[in-house]
Design a protein around this ligand. Structure first.
Ligand code: IPD
Ligand code: CA
Ligand code: CA
Length: 265
């Protein structure tokens, strides 16, 4: 494993310990609301602080973009961190959440870790070196037909301006696929596409820290990730489509008729 990825794994596991310990006594956790349906707990903050400590110690000159503490530093290297992706699930004791850590060099993600602490599943990827789940190489699924595909998605839950377009797409997908799931942790959803548990995924309005690590996982596992026009601007637009190459193409085509003036890429 690349030494930089090793640091990311160490940080993700440390955050995972904090999250697991806290999950044993959920009643003790104080929940704050950042904005409508956007929750934060002291666990998010403690996990983020632990991750940043480990990264800073190893790479003090690198920049950091973290969900709870924002952007710091000015370097060609930037760590992109979601300390707890799936906070709503976590608060409810619904065991589907992850720690997501990525490193970008001049805007291109080169290492990524997504760690599910409840199942002890560690997804890792480095650019050009493949994607792994607990050290076993993973590949996207080979399912070629949308009718046979299991798709993941995320519902709009805060910015409701795209809800009609979203529901039209969802209605279509209900008819055209084998099933839809809304697990509630975008980074883990993307990792599930990378290992073939999901054949495809779409969501609008994500943040860079939701996608950075998981998207690298998918491309390193032979899949495709893009924005709503299939281009690579998903980290900028926040809208993402992903899948094995066959399902990605069909998803893109199925979504195209529903795009509106405000929801284009
Ligand atoms: C959220 C999760 C969720 C997705 C939201 C994200 P958070 O992250 O990834 O699946 O639908 O868009 O904001 O707030 O729990 O880190
Ligand atoms: Ca998130
Ligand atoms: Ca989060």
């Amino acid at each position: 494993m690349h030494p930089i990825l090793n640091i990311a794994v160490k940080a993700a596991r440390r955050a995972g310990q904090i999250i697991n310990r806290a999950s044993l006594d959920l009643d003790q956790i104080k929940v704050g609301v950042k904005q409508q349906n956007d929750f934060v707990t002291e666990v998010d903050r403690a996990a983020e602080a632990a991750i940043i400590d480990i990264i800073r110690e190893a790479y003090p000159e690198h920049g950091i973009l973290a969900e709870e503490s924002g952007a710091t530093g000015d370097s060609e290297y930037q760590w992109i961190i979601d300390p707890l992706d799936g906070t709503t699930n976590f608060i409810h004791g619904f065991p589907q959440y992850a720690v997501s850590i990525a490193l970008a060099q001049r805007g291109m993600v080169i290492h990524g870790v997504v760690f599910d602490p409840s199942r002890n599943e560690l997804f890792t990827a480095s650019k050009g070196a493949g994607a792994y789940l607990n050290e076993k190489r993973i590949r996207v699924s080979r399912r070629a037909k949308l009718e046979e595909a299991l798709l993941g998605t995320g519902f709009p839950y805060r910015a409701f301006e795209h809800v009609d377009a979203y529901l039209a797409i969802m209605k279509d997908m209900m008819r055209k696929t084998a099933g839809l799931r809304r697990p509630g942790s975008a980074s883990l959803d993307l990792a599930y596409v990378a290992c073939g548990r999901l054949d495809g995924f779409w969501e609008f309005g994500l943040a860079p820290w939701d996608m950075a690590a998981g998207a690298l996982m998918i491309t390193e596992a032979g899949g495709l990730v893009g924005d709503l026009s299939g281009e690579a601007a998903h980290m900028d637009t926040g809208n993402v489509i992903a899948g094995n190459p066959k399902i990605f193409a069909q998803l893109l085509q199925a979504i195209a008729p529903h795009l509106t003036a405000t929801l284009k890429a």
